[in-house]
Design a protein around this ligand. Structure first.
Ligand code: BG6
Length: 480
């Protein structure tokens, strides 16, 4: 049976400033944490350097040069039929050091231009306020979100961009994949607690105490910003953003069921329970106690959290995992990882492909929260080959896209209130996890390579036309 999507459904793509813009030191922008990461691979972790070494290649410095090519890229998005584009604002383009007295006018003007260009084609922007970056100065001065000082600085940055773009942007997300802050690896980008660190990213560690305290600061910051937006700009819709990694119990052993319940709460529910319901969940106290976490909560924090709940829930979905007590083999991912599932195939980078899991996730999330949902990241990183005639046949990506769109259609039929879908990386971009270009997500190919070579030329892949067909028919065609 054909699946159907609601009228006015948002179809588009999602990106992050640090992975596309480049122009890292242009127009008054200050260095962000990502500018200190070298490129890596599936087997070699990205290296972090404290000082920027001009002799080395930092992939985020140039990204895919969206900063200079945004008009061409937005025209291609419009050609595919997008009515939504998710992008993030680079905090260090607005406040180069994060604690500057005045915002940087050239940075503000860049996003004005980008939003105007989107408006020309009737594309609605969905803006992430913090997508895996912060001004590097705040890392060195405060150790990122470990410090409460970040709350006020983040509020000021958000208030600045709200005021400036109030007539151009309606949909906002506070922190990208906030729940990755629960993981040791989350300290790299999500909470940026890497003060003074140099070396392979895999060797930078934090304690659970640090991570959950940093998350508390982010919850308060997010809630204050959401409340401020609601009070000053009633036209705004404010969302959270979680990395949803659905996990299955390894067996029907009750021990596995319990292990999975615990993992689902830690990874998938803890942060959104706070941001959607406005309070720490009932299972939090025991979790903190058993893990030696003693949260420093100041007067007013819990009231702030209660007053700043989000209007819609958004998430990324790439893969599912398995949790069990009977020896589960580990599958790879970046922030999303989990046990291997023998029933699933994987991408070139080992991420398990599970479209049915997306339907399950959508149902579980909607059952729990009953607010509108949006899938704001979903996609597959793959090795693409350019044929001698210049074409790129990426049937694997088309299959991935179709199966996940079908799964969303089924979830809509199940009764889930789904607002939209933004594919991760509609145009090839720098991978967050590995820093690679060869791990390509796009419907649009970018001639840029891991040694820094390339012309930046853009090229439509076969999947470009497949997505165009799906969008044109609002999901009624192009899924076969
Ligand atoms: C998500 C992030 O974790 O996954 C993106 O929000 C990231 O920033 C995406 O790029 C895909 O992961 P990766 O590591 O393949 O770039």
């Amino acid at each position: 049976m054909a699946v159907t999507f609601p009228k006015g459904f948002y179809w588009g793509g999602a990106t992050a400033a640090n992975q596309i813009e480049g122009a890292w030191n242009v127009g008054g922008r200050g260095p962000s944490v990502d500018d200190h990461f070298l490129g890596g691979s599936i087997t070699t972790p990205r290296m972090i350097t404290r000082d920027i070494d001009p002799a080395r290649f930092y992939p985020n410095h140039d990204g895919i040069d969206f900063y200079h090519r945004y008009k061409e890229d937005i025209a291609l998005f419009a050609e595919m039929g997008f009515n939504m584009f998710r992008l993030s604002i680079s905090w260090s383009r607005i406040f180069p050091n994060g604690d500057d007295e005045k915002p940087n006018e050239a940075g503000l003007a860049f996003y004005d231009n980008a939003f105007d260009e989107l408006a020309k084609y009737g594309i609605e922007p969905l803006v992430t306020l913090s997508h895996y970056e912060m001004p590097y100065h705040l890392v060195e001065k405060y150790n990122g979100w470990e410090s409460r000082e970040l709350i006020g600085l983040f509020e000021r940055y958000c208030q600045t961009v709200f005021e400036r773009y109030q007539h151009k942007v309606r949909y906002w997300l506070t922190f990208n994949e906030i729940n990755c802050g629960t993981m040791d690896m989350g300290n790299l980008f999500e909470t940026s607690m890497i003060r003074g660190f140099e070396g392979p990213a895999s060797e930078s560690h934090t304690t659970m105490q640090q991570r959950y305290q940093a998350l508390h600061h982010q919850f308060v910051a997010s809630a204050r910003v959401v409340r401020y937006a609601h009070e000053h700009y009633p036209q705004f819709k404010m969302g959270n953003m979680d990395c949803f990694v659905l996990t299955y119990p390894g067996t029907c052993d009750p021990g596995d069921q319990l292990a999975n319940l615990t993992e689902m709460r830690r990874m998938n529910w803890y942060c959104s329970d706070v941001q959607v319901r406005g309070a720490y969940p009932s299972y939090a106290a025991r979790f903190w106690r058993e893990n030696g976490i003693e949260l420093q909560v100041e007067d007013g924090d819990l009231a702030d959290i209660a007053a700043g709940t989000v209007d819609f829930y958004t998430f990324s979905y790439y893969m599912s995992g398995v949790v069990g007590t009977h020896g589960v083999e580990q599958a790879t991912g970046n922030m999303s990882m989990g046990g291997r599932n023998p029933y699933l195939k994987s991408t070139d980078w080992g991420w398990q492909i599970d479209p049915e899991g997306l339907r399950i996730a959508l149902n579980q999330i909607y059952d729990r929260y009953q607010i509108p949902l949006m899938v704001v990241e979903n996609g597959m990183g793959a090795l693409d080959e350019v044929s001698p005639d210049g074409s790129i046949h990426d049937q694997y990506r088309i299959d991935y896209l179709r199966s996940h769109v079908r799964a969303m259609g089924e979830a809509v039929d199940d009764g889930v209130d789904l607002m939209g879908y933004t594919w991760w990386g509609p145009i090839d971009l720098v991978s967050a996890g590995t820093g690679e270009m060869r791990k390509r997500y796009g419907f649009i190919y970018v001639d840029k390579h891991d040694d820094g070579s390339g012309t930046y030329e853009r090229r439509r892949k076969e999947s470009f036309f497949a997505y165009q067909k799906i969008i044109k028919s609002n999901g009624a065609e192009g899924l076969e």
